[in-house]
Write a protein that binds this ligand. Structure first.
Ligand SMILES: [Zn+2]
Length: 210
């Protein structure tokens, strides 16, 4: 059976994130959420806790969601460590994975950040004009064993909520099981490599995706 990981960036919030969780719950699957620490409020924290209690994985998407390739090393560390701390407060567990905002990276960031870098195959779902149908088509076209799918649960992203209602049952029909990023690496027995950024756990190049 093939394996796929749905991942969501830019939460948590009280509008779109709960709708994504409702759909995941209906289908009895878990996903991975990459949180922006500055988006964690008392209200959205409850949503993130709900995700964690459903078996979803909570990961790091920085504190301020700014471009990080031009930051000095101290700033890079603060961006990531603060977010990690917030996640530990929410879940009691440190995140294993980091997605750089805008996938904007440089070599130094791999030295400063002790988490596995995740990219994922995107469907440009951060562009409001990309319809739900186009998102569905792109995700299904990119689907393969070990793939990490990059989506966004950012406020207003109703087209992705809509697309999920087709994407999940269609992938199930095609024989996919849904794993978190951690489950994907563990189950496939892939040891993440330093300096690599993953879009598929079986990739043979240091960087792929987008
Ligand atoms: Zn983002």
């Amino acid at each position: 059976m093939k394996r796929i990981a749905l991942t969501f960036d830019d939460g948590p919030n009280t509008s779109i994130t709960p709708q994504v969780l409702d759909i995941l719950g209906e289908h009895g699957i878990a996903a991975s959420f990459f949180l922006i620490a500055d988006s964690i409020t008392p209200e959205s924290a409850q949503v993130a806790k709900r995700a964690f209690s459903m078996g979803c994985e909570i990961n790091n998407h920085s504190t301020t969601h700014e471009h990080m390739s031009r930051m000095i090393p101290d700033q890079v560390r603060r961006e990531v460590e603060n977010c990690t701390q917030k996640i530990i407060e929410l879940t009691g567990r440190a995140p294993r994975f980091f997605r750089p905002p805008y996938i904007d990276i440089n070599r130094d960031m791999f030295e400063e950040i002790g988490l596995t870098f995740i990219c994922g195959s995107g469907c440009q779902d951060w562009v409001p004009d990309i319809s739900a149908e186009e998102r569905i088509e792109r995700v299904l076209a990119n689907a393969r064993d070990g793939e990490i799918v990059l989506l966004h649960d950012m406020p207003g992203n109703v087209n992705t909520v809509e697309a999920l209602k087709t994407i999940i049952p269609e992938l199930k029909k095609r024989g996919y099981r849904f794993l978190t990023c951690g489950q994907m690496f563990d189950e496939c027995e892939i040891e993440p490599r330093h300096g690599w950024m993953y879009s598929n756990v079986f990739q043979t190049e240091p960087r792929t995706g987008l």
